[in-house]
Design a protein around this ligand. Structure first.
Ligand code: S3P
Length: 422
């Protein structure tokens, strides 16, 4: 079962390709609307991007490129927080006026976490609610490095400031309570930028020029966050076996594997290799007996996007499973603590909601309740998690806003159906 290319890496591949003179070929890209939003913003900023069909190659940049021009209109990031936060950082390096907006979900998400440090670097950033909500209006240029202690582990915040820092004087230092995904740091290294990584953060000297890697074809590994839906699908169906080839298992992103192991799931990680500076492996997941598990602490940023579907796994484990230290889930495409709890309750599962997570009372033997209606709440991961849970329900379940899956995983329902009829 081949899942789409990694969304985080697809965004970054486009951005780094745009920043560095030369034309780059990106293969295995995420075909979701989120990554297309990043491509559209870059095109509006004068960067040539050719979008390939599924499985095909995308190209970004040209030999003269490496600089962005002021876009003629408002830049629409759709549902994509990664687009808005990373591109705000990138555009803050230029003296242009950039207006970044998004859909109803993105316009509700907190932007002070990037607006405030970008202002300290010297950019002018405004927005609704005193500059806390999109649309964001960014006038950049003439930046200086700062030391920023982020109260949350956030790769979007870290990447925003590093991208701004590429055009700043002085050094950018970003500290975080736990390490967030390090794709940006790895890609900076691959493009010849010196960056220091220490226990609680990163430091990068500003003003460094990007250098094209020797190989300008960048294959994008399969997305562990997309693979998670199928890994859980296999895990909750005793006797099943599913192979997920070429999945990114970057150690800052591989918390899914640890969670599956804690739940007693039989997973084989085979043929470990490196693709575009990222660890990749073939995963084989087998369904069998499950046990309850706990997720918290430093593990949370390593599986933050997988928590809704891991909650579905918890619903099929005996006893109670606990998710804690995940308050930032309330700031995702939806309030994922509330929407995950609501989704599981629609299947008859008892969930105790807490400020920073929830406790799931599993029902391993009986089928889940059917007949309910679930609102995806503009959240692709809630829609896909609900669909996985529905495979264990007695009777059908209504899913409102199922097209939210297109943000990250167009074709999800076809793949799910193909898995189930095998
Ligand atoms: C992402 C970082 C994470 C993650 C999001 C993608 C990225 O968000 O939840 O889906 O590509 O940098 P935070 O930076 O808010 O943790």
């Amino acid at each position: 079962m081949v899942v789409p290319g990694d969304k985080s890496l697809s965004h970054r591949g486009l951005i780094f390709g745009a920043l560095c003179p030369g034309a780059f070929t990106l293969t295995g890209m995420s075909q979701g609307a989120d990554v297309r939003a990043t491509a559209d913003v870059l095109v509006a900023s004068g960067v040539p991007v050719t979008v390939g069909a599924r499985g095909g190659s995308w190209t970004v940049g040209d030999p003269q490129g490496g600089a962005l021009r002021e876009a003629p209109d408002v830049l629409d990031c759709g549902n994509s927080g990664t687009s808005m936060r990373l591109l705000a950082g990138l555009l803050a390096g230029y003296p242009h006026l950039s207006v970044l907006t998004g859909d109803v979900s993105l316009r509700r998400r907190p932007m002070a976490r990037i607006a405030q440090p970008l202002r300290r670097m010297g950019a002018t950033v405004d927005g609704r609610d005193g500059g806390r909500l999109a649309p964001l209006v960014v006038r950049g240029g003439d930046l200086t490095g700062i030391e920023h202690a982020s109260p949350i582990a956030s790769a979007q915040v870290k990447s925003c400031l590093l991208l701004a820092g590429l055009r700043a004087r002085g050094t950018v230092v970003v500290r975080e309570p736990h390490r967030s995904r390090d794709h940006t740091e790895r890609m900076l290294g691959a493009f010849g930028v010196r960056i220091e990584v220490f226990d609680d953060g990163v430091a990068m000297e500003g003003g460094q020029a990007l250098r094209a890697p020797a190989d300008t074809t960048l294959p994008i590994p399969a997305d562990i966050s997309a693979a998670a839906f199928f890994a859980v699908l296999a895990a909750i169906r005793p006797g099943s076996e599913l192979t997920l080839p070429g999945v990114g298992i970057n150690p800052t992103r591989d918390g899914l594997l640890e969670a599956l192991e804690r739940a007693g799931v039989d997973v084989t990680v085979a043929d470990r290799r490196t693709v575009t500076g990222e660890e990749v492996a073939d995963l084989v997941v087998r369904g069998g007996a499950l046990r309850p598990f706990t997720i918290g602490g430093a593990l949370v940023p390593r599986l933050i996007d997988e928590i809704p579907v891991l909650a579905v796994l918890a619903a099929r484990c005996p006893g109670t499973s606990t998710f804690r230290d995940a308050a930032d889930l309330r700031a995702k495409e939806s309030d994922r603590i509330a929407t995950t709890a609501r989704m599981l309750r629609a299947f008859g599962i008892v969930v105790d909601e807490q400020p920073d997570g929830f406790v799931v009372h599993g029902r391993p033997d009986a089928l889940l309740d059917g007949g309910g209606r679930i609102d995806a709440a503009h959240d692709h991961r809630i829609a896909m998690s609900a669909a996985v849970a529905a495979t264990c329900a007695a009777g059908s379940v209504g899913l409102l806003g199922a097209d939210a899956v297109d943000s990250s995983f167009p074709g999800f329902f076809d793949l799910l159906e193909r898995c189930l009829v095998r």
